[in-house]
Design a protein around this ligand. Structure first.
Ligand SMILES: N[C@@H](CCC(=O)N[C@@H](CS)C(=O)NCC(=O)O)C(=O)O
Length: 248
């Protein structure tokens, strides 16, 4: 059984967990704390030895010894290995468009976390106003690209079906919705609003986002460490219990 290292509050971890939940592939979630030098942390020498970038999520296959980091690389690998061609279609052009979005994502859509989530939830990062404002600008560019281009003609980012491009984008954009952290008003973005609603119907959505329901609205009052840990533990327990029901 493969292991996934991470915590459910991490956006990139949620994207990988969602793919696994969508396909009900059994796996073990190993709680690994980002930025920590403790034994279960991403800065521990043993973890860095396996995963030089020191980030979550990371995949470990104890049977083969295969190790892989980077959420998008992990999602592509899983879809390739198990032939989940609905989430990552095989046609060269279709696949290339998904890759296009996945590469674009990192400096635009991903900035949702730096612009809105981290300033409230991760004061320990000491983000300056300059960094936050730059992230807000890049995220706005990403939202405009979604609203006016990617989601203008189609229900999903790369066509009429949800793919890993949608899952990668949703974990960033979706976390800010009013039913979760309530950190962004999507009213001026009707195409994105409709897409968010469609994505909430996708299998596995509720399971991997339970952590955000537990964390709740952080718009006014920033969460303290106990809130973050409590949400992560509840999310972890829910996920681990649910995996037990997946057949091998
Ligand atoms: N590009 C990476 C980003 C993952 C990422 O930013 N992970 C954060 C947690 S959300 C992390 O592991 N941080 C650890 C650290 O910076 O020490 C991916 O998509 O997997």
């Amino acid at each position: 059984m493969i292991k996934i290292h991470g915590v459910p509050l991490s956006q990139a971890v949620r994207a990988v967990l969602w793919v696994l939940f969508n396909k009900e592939l059994p796996f073990e979630l190993v709680l690994t704390v980002p930025g920590s030098k403790a034994e279960n942390g991403t800065r521990h020498p043993d973890y860095l030895n396996k995963f030089p970038n020191g980030t979550i999520p990371a995949l470990e296959d104890p049977q083969t010894g295969f190790l892989l980091a980077e959420s998008h690389a992990i999602m592509c690998y899983l879809c390739n290995k198990y032939e989940w061609v609905d989430l990552y279609p095989k046609g060269h052009e279709e696949r290339a468009k998904i890759d296009d979005f996945l590469h674009y994502h990192h400096r635009n859509i991903k900035e949702a976390s730096l612009a809105y989530f981290a300033p409230m939830a991760r004061p320990d990062l000491g983000l300056t106003d300059d960094v936050i404002n730059m992230a807000k600008r890049l995220f706005k560019n990403g939202l405009n690209a979604l609203e006016n281009q990617w989601l203008k003609k189609n229900n999903y980012i790369c066509g009429d079906k949800a793919t890993i491009a949608d899952m990668a984008a949703y974990v960033e954009v979706g976390q800010l919705q009013s039913q979760f952290t309530n950190l962004f008003n999507f009213e001026p973005f009707p195409n994105i609003n409709r897409w968010l609603e469609r994505m909430t119907q996708m299998k596995g959505h509720d399971d991997v986002h339970l952590v955000l329901s537990e964390l709740g609205n952080i718009n006014i009052t920033p969460p303290v460490m106990e809130d973050l840990m409590g949400a992560n533990i509840k999310g972890f327990k829910h996920i681990s219990n649910k995996i037990n029901g997946f057949s091998i």
